[in-house]
Design a protein around this ligand. Structure first.
Ligand code: ATP
Length: 355
């Protein structure tokens, strides 16, 4: 186990800065997930930690040591990629032991490491099989086995599940979480799948255009997004965002259609000041006395949950998430109440207006 520190890290490709001056502290044993839209710089950050990419400015420290000029194989890290290409002519045991052989680990010691790692991953009965005789999930587990046998200080994962189908992804997600619990090793994981991020992470770092937007626990990110970018990025379905103006001496937000949402805390804005109101889909409730009005445009029944799409009076689309199957039909006029627990306010620069 080891902490990882990124100190004012910058990565420039020619004149283009893919990463701008990022500071990130990853504690011993943490599971940090880097998320962000395509091209935001997640993989570049991970590759700099791995030593597969040079660092233009700043420092990477693993276990207190500056790693900038240390080659990847001496960083005591193991990386699991999306394309985990196993050697087809080697058995599971040989694939897992390959790195140990290169490192000239004595055969008996290597065999023991392979045995214990296989047990952790549920691969004990498959050690003599070849990759072609394995399912996709089993292959992915062997790829993880190759990383585990080396007993690294830090695991790095770059979208390891993105080639798997939905059911297998879910199963492997649980296995990775259990692996982290068992090993307690520091893990840094890149994904654009926010379910993976929310369920695996002890801490999520939201990256946007080479900068960190917010670093916090999954629950904290969901409940107190610092800005509109994080508010939109974390949560599925997305938070509803509506333009509004301050009203009633800061005690309410007036939407474009004139309806007013009473606020649980006063706005530090003058009358008519601009803001954005964010409402989580589960914080919109169908209620006859609701402050907002709209018309149902679609109801998506997902089993235990229903997503009701509604066009507000001014036409703005919102999504409501209800438990069970509310009796609404397309075309129905409904009133909506807002649960203050899922209400978020942002200033015109997109910054959270704090309670
Ligand atoms: P994705 O989710 O699509 O994999 P990402 O967040 O991992 O994206 P990176 O691969 O880290 O993004 O790329 C960050 C930015 O750096 C992108 O704009 C990309 O085009 C750019 N970039 C990456 N590698 C190079 C390179 N070798 N030369 C120039 N630009 C690069």
């Amino acid at each position: 186990m080891a902490p990882v520190f990124l100190k004012s890290i910058t990565k420039a490709y020619g004149a283009f800065e893919a990463i701008h001056d990022i500071d990130l502290e990853i504690e011993d044993g943490a599971f940090v997930v880097l998320v962000g839209p395509s091209g935001c710089g997640k993989s570049t950050l991970l590759r700099m930690i791995a030593g597969l990419e040079t660092i233009s400015r700043g420092e990477v420290l693993i276990d207190g040591e500056v790693m900038n000029d240390v080659p990847p194989k001496h960083r005591d890290i193991a990386m699991v990629f999306q394309n985990y290409a196993l050697y087809p002519h080697m058995t599971v045991a040989e694939n897992m032991g390959f790195a140990l052989r290169l490192a000239k680990v004595p055969a008996a010691e290597a065999a023991e490491k392979i045995r214990t790692s296989a047990a952790v991953l549920g691969l004990t009965d498959l050690l003599d099989r070849y990759p072609r005789q394995l399912s996709g999930g089993q292959r992915q587990r062997v790829a993880m086995g190759r990383a585990i046998v080396r007993n690294p200080k830090v695991f790095l994962f770059d979208e390891p599940l993105s080639n798997l189908d939905a059911a297998l992804r879910m199963q492997m997600r649980v296995e990775i979480a259990e692996l982290h619990q068992k090993l307690g090793t520091t893990m840094i994981y890149v994904t654009h799948d926010q379910v993976e991020a929310m369920t695996l992470a002890t801490k999520i770092a939201v990256v946007n255009k080479g900068r960190l937007e917010q670093v916090a626990s999954p629950v904290r990110l969901y409940e107190r997004p610092q800005n509109l970018f994080v508010a939109r990025f974390i949560g599925s379905p997305q938070m509803n965002i509506l333009p509004a103006r301050a009203a009633d001496g800061g005690g309410a937000a007036r939407l474009l259609d004139g309806s007013r949402i009473a606020l649980p805390w006063p706005l530090p804005l003058g009358e008519d000041g601009e803001l954005s109101v964010g409402i989580r889909p589960e914080a919109l409730l169908i209620a006859d006395d609701g402050a907002l009005g709209g018309r149902v445009t679609l109801a998506e029944h997902l089993g235990g949950l229903t997503l009701v799409h509604i066009a507000l009076t001014d036409g703005a689309p919102v999504v409501l998430q209800a438990v069970g199957a509310p009796t609404v039909a397309v075309g129905d006029l409904v009133r909506l109440r807002v649960d203050p627990a899922g209400l978020h306010l942002f200033d015109p620069d997109g910054r959270r207006i704090a309670k």
